[in-house]
Design a protein around this ligand. Structure first.
Ligand code: NDP
Ligand code: 8X3
Length: 259
């Protein structure tokens, strides 16, 4: 396993779920972290915990990945010591709503497309330019099983994750001669705040998504991200698809029935 000590790892959407788990997993390996999300108070709290526990350095960013100007400003004004980003985990993302396309909500579509697609390309564009200058780097995109196979009511969310898959492949082509690795980790069902966000704060409905199953934990996913990040320099993990044992596909899920 290649050491991550003193490497710089940038994680988008580090305030919750998979992104937060990645922050802890990489901190444990003594990497220094750039953590961003919109909820800055959470980033502050998480950063302090990581500094106290692991003695690493953390650069905190309040960032809405949908806003290109904000993203440009954030990365063009990075202090020099933080410019040499070794790994970017493009994790910020969300699902909103659960309905047939002809009954869908245009604002929810915009939010998913703007975050999951635009956000990822905004950050990738800026960070790739820094990585190209450094002649090294690694982008790890968090895709989804929904980017391989859609499911009923998953239409626009799945489309955004199909786009992430296309972008992972495309960026890999774009940087083939630049010494930059491009991977994706594509999880199935992970219990995070994902379903609470999807159902606009309806925690009861969100809980039902994971009823009768043992879903992935955010740490199961961050361990897969770590695996991608710790391969020898000649190795590029293209894609990891990871599901809980009870999930064979986007639609085939074995649930224990409640009595
Ligand atoms: P969470 O809701 O727990 O975390 C989502 C993270 O994304 C939060 O930190 C949130 O931060 C951040 N985020 C959302 N919108 C923005 C934005 N505009 N700008 C910056 N950050 C943003 O969900 P997960 O951890 O589950 O989701 C992480 C990724 O994993 C997503 O891309 C999701 O699609 C993917 N995924 C999740 C699965 C699951 O079952 N949970 C399965 C497969 C993939 P804040 O709100 O503070 O900005
Ligand atoms: C999220 C996973 O459960 O919506 O990418 O397919 S799910």
């Amino acid at each position: 396993m290649e050491s991550l000590k003193d490497k710089i790892v940038l994680i988008t959407g580090a305030s919750s779920g998979i992104g937060k788990a990645c922050a802890f997993t990489f901190a444990k390996e003594k990497a220094n972290l750039i953590l961003c999300a919109r909820r800055y108070e959470r980033i502050e709290r998480i950063s302090q915990e990581l500094i106290d526990k692991y003695g690493i350095k953390v650069f905190k960013m309040k960032l809405d990945v949908r806003n290109y100007e904000q993203v440009q400003n954030a990365f063009s004004s990075l202090p020099e010591e933080w410019e040499k980003i070794d790994i970017l985990v493009n994790n910020a993302g969300l699902a909103r709503g659960f309905s047939k396309l002809f009954e869908g909500d245009v604002n929810q579509w915009d939010e998913m497309i703007d975050t999951n697609i635009r956000g990822l390309i905004h950050v990738s564009r800026e960070v790739l330019n820094l990585m190209i200058k450094n002649e090294k780097g690694h982008i790890i995109n968090i895709g989804s099983t929904a980017g391989h196979e859609t499911y009923t009511y998953g239409n626009v969310y799945a489309a955004t994750k199909f786009a992430v898959k296309a972008l992972t492949q495309s960026i890999r082509l774009d940087v083939l001669d630049k010494g930059i690795r491009v991977s994706s980790v594509d999880p199935g069902m992970v219990e995070t705040e994902f379903s609470i966000v999807r159902f606009s704060g309806d925690t009861e409905r969100a809980k039902k998504v994971y009823e009768g199953i043992s879903p992935l934990s955010p740490e199961d996913v961050s361990n897969a991200v770590l695996f991608c990040a710790t391969q020898p320099p000649n190795v590029n993990i293209n894609q990891i698809i990871i599901t809980p044992l009870c999930q064979a596909s986007s639609t085939q899920i074995h649930r224990k029935t409640m009595s």
